[in-house]
Design a protein around this ligand. Structure first.
Ligand code: ADP
Ligand code: MG
Length: 917
């Protein structure tokens, strides 16, 4: 190719094609298309076109966004200034045209175009602004983002990403500047920022914040495909100083880890993950409405609409030196290390090639690095790559391969997607607080109301009593006063009459004694009538006075009655008001109870669906011979992976998120037997998922399940609980927890009582898993585990027998290992507990899984001379001979043969029998 022509994304493209390509990448329209919506309104209109649940945004909500690639040239270093003094740089940059010329020789070069071309003079600030800032802005708007550096060791990857800039502020790298922007745009009241810092070396993920944590597993959400590292330390960031300190700590641990492993940072990948969680406020009006009842939105429901959170993630990756791809093995690396470095980096190269070529299959699963970066290439993140190169012509080959890597990465299209979801947890918390508040307010009001009624009643009674006493007193006073007045006036009248009578007598004696005599009768008559008149008038006066007093008294009493009536009316108005408030509270309480009932209903319905699915899975596989519990589990898991995510499993996972594990577990203790059955089915379904098992155990689920085995009378509950325990018992830590909580006695008890083969199969499966743990052998046997297994063969069902055989094989294997290591002496505990007759009898079973486990168990037992005599007397020797000749599995056949020939006891018995024959 002539000098001056240039390539973009592949060798020998025509200049015309190249121009089209570059035009697409550089037009403002194209760049606007690839940017996520900048305003919240635009973002929400995108989301509104979805199903209404932000967590299940459909593919149509994704916005195309190509991986952006910048190339950065490092200035010549001191060594190059001397060594390459007479040579020109191997590259020439044309930043204004965004092109890079790679010299082939003095007269020929090839040209490549990038999204940005950063010369050796580009400042750290400018590099941050063109490479990382758009990604950081996207992350703040709720999209995932990745910034990654790729290039040969010594070309400036760590310089670009990881410099802390403590000695020189202008030297701050992308990590530090990104956090500054994130902290400036967020508020600790509504948002939270947390980080993990990790190193990937030899396909092992180490925690740079807690170095002892050195084998972190990657977990993939089977529904969404999202990748997470639940084992990694996550530290909440409050300020920049705190973050820089953390980076420094991580670097120190990286240095220490690398020294310990006798490596250097250029051989490992460093990964910084920044989790940004933001609450979106004031968005309810724009949100799709929640379900309505009878077409009317419930005011309670709308006031309790779940808040929305955006959970996005910024991943910054400082890759291992790219030269390792070609040179590994040639610089004294161990073979394993060379393979691992090759594995991750070359897997990344392959994935990018497949994506660039739109291949139907992208080999993400080939390495841990590609599994971690799944969202960054061809996923939903906004991704920016900086490829770093050096100027030296001596490294032209490396530089060319770095440039080509960048060119291919530019062809990768991502579909950026808003990471928004309803915050059900906080809604739940809010609902709980709301209910508690309402109940407390209700109780307070009821109490106030009762106190008020009581107070008014007591007040009224005391006032009435007081008024009665007052009335009686005043009546008595009046009466005694009238009596005294009356007696007084009578006395006065009598006095008057006596005086009148005396003076008239004196006059008549002096004037005419005779006339006096004659008229005596008349005078006496007139005096008598006078006195009568006076008495009558006195009486009238008295009556008049009494009447007047009584009227006044009546009026007074009337006004008192009126006053009391008013008081009573206002008290009853108060009572009516309080009653109304009480009714309102009762209505609200009823509505909340209705909400809770609906949630419970959904839970029950989902558990029924899950139940159906499991039954259909089980009946679908019943035609084939089952290979035990493991195969059922893996069938369920596979069918779940094939699910499009809309099946009941997906609903259960959704329910798990919405309702919360704690609530589901609390339903295991419900008083309603139906609720208990459905809840245990949901827990069993969740326990079938490896990803959920740790959470279930942490939340006390294992203890609850064991409790159900202990107390439940219901066979279905015990069957499902035993199944869930069998699943949890696949993990070593859980096996120890089960033993510590007397699980083996509970399983033995259930094994002794149960009739249903399915229950026995679950119990046998759980015990079989425990049998495979070296540390639990003695305790398991001591607490009756082996006897319980052997007891279950009474059932005769092939699935149960297969689990029993698996348990015995597991136990025999661990025991054999302990004997070999010298940790166990004496006869096998299986033989002690009388398992041998059943083992010999089942060695010819027609069911392949039973036969295979039993054959293995026999081989393990036969490896130790202490068992030989028992095996001979129980007829196991003949079975071993048969296995060594016609077992369908070659490894077992060989093992049996080797065991027979190496045991002196078996050899002499065989010789004896030959002689006898
Ligand atoms: P890498 O991480 O790719 O192995 P480093 O970032 O450690 O490379 O850089 C190697 C050396 O080059 C360091 O001493 C660093 O300071 C220097 N260096 C890298 N890039 C630049 C640059 N753009 N300007 C000045 N010095 C640089
Ligand atoms: Mg480095």
């Amino acid at each position: 190719m002539a000098s001056g022509s240039y390539r973009n994304g592949g060798p020998k493209l025509s200049a015309k094609l190249d121009r089209q390509h570059s035009a697409v990448y550089s037009t403002p329209k194209a760049s606007a298309k690839s940017r996520p919506p900048a305003t919240p309104a635009a973002a929400s209109s995108l989301r509104r076109s979805g199903s209404g649940n932000p967590a299940s945004t459909p593919a149509s909500n994704k916005v195309p966004g190509r991986v952006r690639v910048a190339v950065r040239l490092r200035p010549r270093n001191a060594e190059e200034l001397v060594a390459d003094a007479d040579f020109a740089d191997c590259v020439e940059l044309l930043p204004e045209l965004k092109r890079l010329k790679l010299r082939k020789n003095n007269w020929d070069s090839e040209t490549y175009e990038f999204d940005e071309v950063l010369t050796e003079f580009a400042s750290q600030k400018r590099v941050y602004e063109v490479v990382a800032k758009p990604v950081v802005e996207s992350v703040l708007e709720g999209y995932n983002g990745t910034v990654m550096a790729y290039g040969q060791t010594g070309t400036g990857k760590t310089f670009t990403l990881g410099r802390l800039g403590e000695e020189d502020n202008a030297a701050r790298g992308i990590m530090v500047r990104a956090m500054e922007d994130i902290l400036a745009d967020t508020s600790p009241d509504t948002d939270s920022i947390s980080v993990s810092y990790l190193q990937l070396y030899m396909e092992t993920i180490q925690d740079l914040l807690v170095p002892g944590n050195d084998n972190i597993a990657i977990v993939e959400d089977p529904k969404t495909g999202d990748v997470s590292l639940p084992g990694a330390t996550i530290v909440e960031i409050r300020d920049q100083r705190n973050f820089v300190e953390l980076l420094r700590r991580g670097e120190a641990h990286r240095f220490a880890a690398n020294t310990k492993l006798n490596t250097e940072s250029s051989r490992s990948h460093a990964i910084l993950m920044v989790h940004v969680k933001r609450s979106i406020k004031g968005r309810h009006d724009a949100e799709p409405s929640l379900p309505r009842e009878n077409g009317n939105a419930s005011p309670l429901l709308s006031s309790l609409r779940p808040p929305i959170v955006r959970k996005s993630k910024l991943v910054v990756v400082d890759l291992a030196g790219s030269e390792r791809i070609d040179k590994s093995g040639s610089e004294g690396h161990s073979l394993e290390e060379a393979k691992s470095i090759n594995l991750s980096l070359s897997a990344l190269g392959k994935c990018i090639n497949s994506l660039a070529e739109n291949s139907p299959h992208v080999p993400f699963r080939d390495s841990k690095l590609t599994r971690l970066l799944r969202d960054s290439f061809g996923g939903t993140a906004r991704t920016s790559l900086v490829v770093t190169i050096g100027p030296s012509p001596r490294h032209r080959g490396e530089t060319a391969s770095t440039v080509m890597f960048g060119q291919r990465a530019m062809k990768v299209e991502n579909m950026v997607k808003l990471k928004e979801e309803f915050d059900y947890k906080s809604l739940c918390r809010r609902l709980d607080i709301e209910i508690d508040k309402l109940i407390a307010a209700n109780e307070r009001q009821l109490k106030d109301f009762e106190d008020e009624v009581e107070r008014i009643r007591a007040d009224a009674q005391s006032r009435i009593a007081e008024a009665e006493i007052n009335y009686m007193n005043s009546l008595e006073n009046e009466r005694s006063k009238y009596q005294t007045d009356y007696l007084e006036s009578i006395k006065k009248l009598e006095e008057k009459w006596r005086m009148n009578h005396q003076s008239s007598n004196n006059d008549k004696t002096r004037v005419a004694h005779e006339q006096c005599l004659e008229k005596t009768c008349n005078i006496e008559g007139s005096t008598a009538s006078n006195s009568e008149e006076i008495t009558r008038v006195g009486q009238l006066l008295l009556n008049e006075k009494l009447l007047r007093e009584s009227t006044e008294e009546v009026n007074d009493l009337k006004s008192q009655v009126l006053h009391w009536k008013n008081l009573e009316a206002s008290a009853s108005a108060e009572i009516i008001k309080l009653r109304k408030m009480l009714d309102n509270e009762a209505n609200q309480k009823q509505k909340l109870e209705e909400e809770i009932r609906i949630l419970k209903g959904q839970l029950l319905q989902l558990s029924v669906e899950a139940d159906k699915t499991r039954r259909s899975l089980e009946s679908g596989g019943s035609g084939k011979s089952l290979t035990g519990l493991d195969s059922i589990m893996s069938q369920a898991r596979h069918s779940q992976l094939r699910d499009s995510g809309n099946g009941p499993k997906a609903s259960i996972a959704k329910l798990f998120e919405q309702v919360g594990l704690q609530k589901i577990l609390s339903l295991l203790e419900s008083e309603d037997a139906d609720v208990r059955i459905h809840a245990v089915k949901v827990v069993a379904n969740l326990a079938a998922e490896e990803a959920n098992q740790e959470k279930i155990v942490e939340a006390g689920g294992l203890t609850s399940l064991l409790m159900l085995l202990r107390i439940s009378e219901d066979e279905t509950i015990r069957r499902v609980a035993a199944g869930a325990i069998a699943n949890l018992a696949m993990n070593e830590t859980n096996q120890e927890l089960i033993m510590a909580q007397s699980g083996i006695s509970l399983l033995s008890m259930t094994a002794a009582d149960a009739e249903d083969p399915q229950t026995l199969r679950m119990v046998a499966g759980a015990v079989a898993n425990l049998c495979g743990n070296d540390r639990l052998q003695t305790r398991l046997r001591g607490e009756g585990g082996i006897k319980a297994l052997l007891g279950m063969v009474r059932c005769g069902h092939p699935d149960v027998l297969a689990q029993v055989a698996r348990g015995i094989a597991n136990f025999a294997k661990c025991e054999s290992r302990a004997s070999t290591q010298g940790n166990k002496v004496g006869k096998s505990l299986l033989i002690e507990d009388g398992a041998l007759p059943w083992i010999v009898k089942s060695a010819n079973s027609e069911a392949a899984p039973i036969r295979r486990h039993v054959e293995l168990a026999l081989c393990h037992l036969a490896q130790h001379e202490v068992n030989a005599n028992d095996m001979i007397s129980e007829g196991a020797l003949w079975e071993l001979v048969r296995i060594s000749q016609d077992c369908s599995r070659e490894d077992i056949r060989t093992l049996a043969h080797r065991t027979l020939t190496s045991s002196p006891t078996f050899q002499s018995e065989l010789r004896r029998l030959c002689i006898e024959c």
